[in-house]
Design a protein. Structure first.
Length: 152
């Protein structure tokens, strides 16, 4: 008799465990981490808030001061459904305030828990960057810089 009463409980527990296992397998986003879809603003570069000085341009004329290259802004757009990203970082001459360049790169992104892999695609090669996601930001390093993008 004990066996007969235990069987429905075992069946119910097994059904709950199977549903939970299926849900875990389908989810790639860890608890507390919102889906990656959306636009993120560059908030830090190399641990410094924006605008951040990233390099110095040495003036060949010793009577003139050297100038800095500043990153005033940037953004990261992620389409998790397509597994793609676009990142753009602006640079400007701090002395003149003139824009110097705006680098834009794109590629594929994959998530495994809080770990991210960015694969940038160029005509002649690809670069793979690693990063991480937390509830409010995405971090990754590349080209000698560490970037932090905050959720908008």
């Amino acid at each position: 008799m004990r066996m007969a009463k235990a069987r429905p409980l075992v069946k119910a527990f097994t059904a709950v465990a199977l549903v939970a296992a299926a849900e875990c397998r389908l989810s790639t986003t860890p608890p507390g981490i919102r889906p990656l879809d959306g636009t993120f603003s560059l908030s830090q570069i190399n641990g410094k808030p924006l605008p951040a000085v990233v390099a110095t341009m040495v003036n060949l004329d010793p009577s003139q001061p050297d100038c800095s290259i500043v990153v005033p802004a940037g953004h990261l757009i992620v389409d998790a459904g397509m597994g793609t990203f676009v990142v753009a970082v602006e640079r400007q001459n701090a002395c003149s305030g003139e824009p110097m360049s705006s680098d834009s790169e794109s590629g594929n992104i994959a998530q495994n828990g809080t770990a991210l892999v960015f694969v940038e695609r160029f005509p002649d090669h690809t670069d793979t960057l690693t990063g991480a996601v937390d509830p409010q930001s995405i971090r990754f390093a590349g080209s000698g810089y560490e970037y932090v993008f905050s959720r908008n």
